[in-house]
Design a binder for this molecule. Structure first.
Ligand code: AP5
Length: 214
């Protein structure tokens, strides 16, 4: 099964992907996570994409599609959750082309919607673990010990693109470059829209109902 989790920044894509990976047999492919790892390791790709990610702009499609193609070739026939990819029309068309070459396709496209004011509130309160990737929220799901990851004990960080100024830029980028994907997918009977303002577990229940896993 191949699923796309789409939606504005902070709508809960990563949180929901983690829940699905923990409970079911999925591999989580987040282009944002891939770019952050490359930046941390200072690889040639990391050096190229760093300014885009820090400024909240989209990384060029060719780089994003190249990374995705390599990942899909390595993970043929796996159950995959695409988190934050595709993000532009050329990426969506590129993904369809790669999957066709691999004799595969997308089964479900799920958009998680959330109003801008809730997004800013959530993202400025988000903390992440740089070691295991666990996601926390100071308001909704804080760690048991302040600033320390419950899973691995590492000190939590705030993402550099989670300042209010950059969050607002990312929202603009989403509106201008990603939202049109709803039109691209809406004619298929595989697209669903979920209200992301429901609590984390309610959103998860909605998703597993759609996927027929409930
Ligand atoms: P990326 O890492 O993909 O960021 P994003 O899409 O902006 O999404 P986020 O990770 O910020 O949010 P999320 O929806 O995963 O929310 P989360 O679950 O953490 O991309 C970063 C950058 O990389 C981009 O700006 C771009 O530069 C580049 N990039 C990535 N992919 C690219 C692509 N395909 N093409 C080009 N460039 C690309 O939740 C947010 C917070 O809310 C957390 O604190 C969480 O605990 C809390 N929360 C979650 N769900 C709930 C709930 N239901 N109720 C209450 N709180 C909740």
């Amino acid at each position: 099964m191949k699923i796309i989790l789409s939606g504005p920044p902070g709508s809960g894509k990563g949180t929901q992907a983690d829940l699905l990976v923990t409970k079911y047999n999925f591999i989580h492919f987040s282009t944002g996570d891939v770019f952050r790892e490359e930046i941390a390791k200072k690889t040639p790709i990391g050096i190229t994409v760093e300014s885009y990610v820090k400024d909240g702009r989209l990384v060029p499609d060719e780089i994003t599609l190249e990374i995705t193609k390599n990942f899909l070739i390595k993970n043929k026939n796996q159950n995959i959750i695409f988190d934050g990819f595709p993000r532009t029309l050329p990426q969506a068309q590129g993904l369809d082309k790669i999957l066709l070459e691999l004799n595969d396709c997308i089964d479900y496209i799920i958009f998680i919607d959330l109003p801008d004011n809730e997004i800013v509130e959530r993202l400025t309160a988000r903390r992440t673990c740089p070691n295991c990737g666990a996601i926390y929220n100071l308001n909704f799901s804080p760690p048991k010990i302040p600033d320390i990851c419950d899973n691995c004990g590492t000190r939590l960080i705030q993402r550099p693109d989670d300042t209010e100024e950059i969050i607002r830029k990312r929202l603009l980028v989403y509106r201008n470059q990603t939202l049109e994907l709803k039109t691209y997918y809406e004619n298929s009977d595989r697209m669903y829209v979920i209200d992301g303002s429901l609590g984390r577990d309610r959103v998860h229940q909605e998703i597993i109902k759609i996927l027929g896993l409930a």
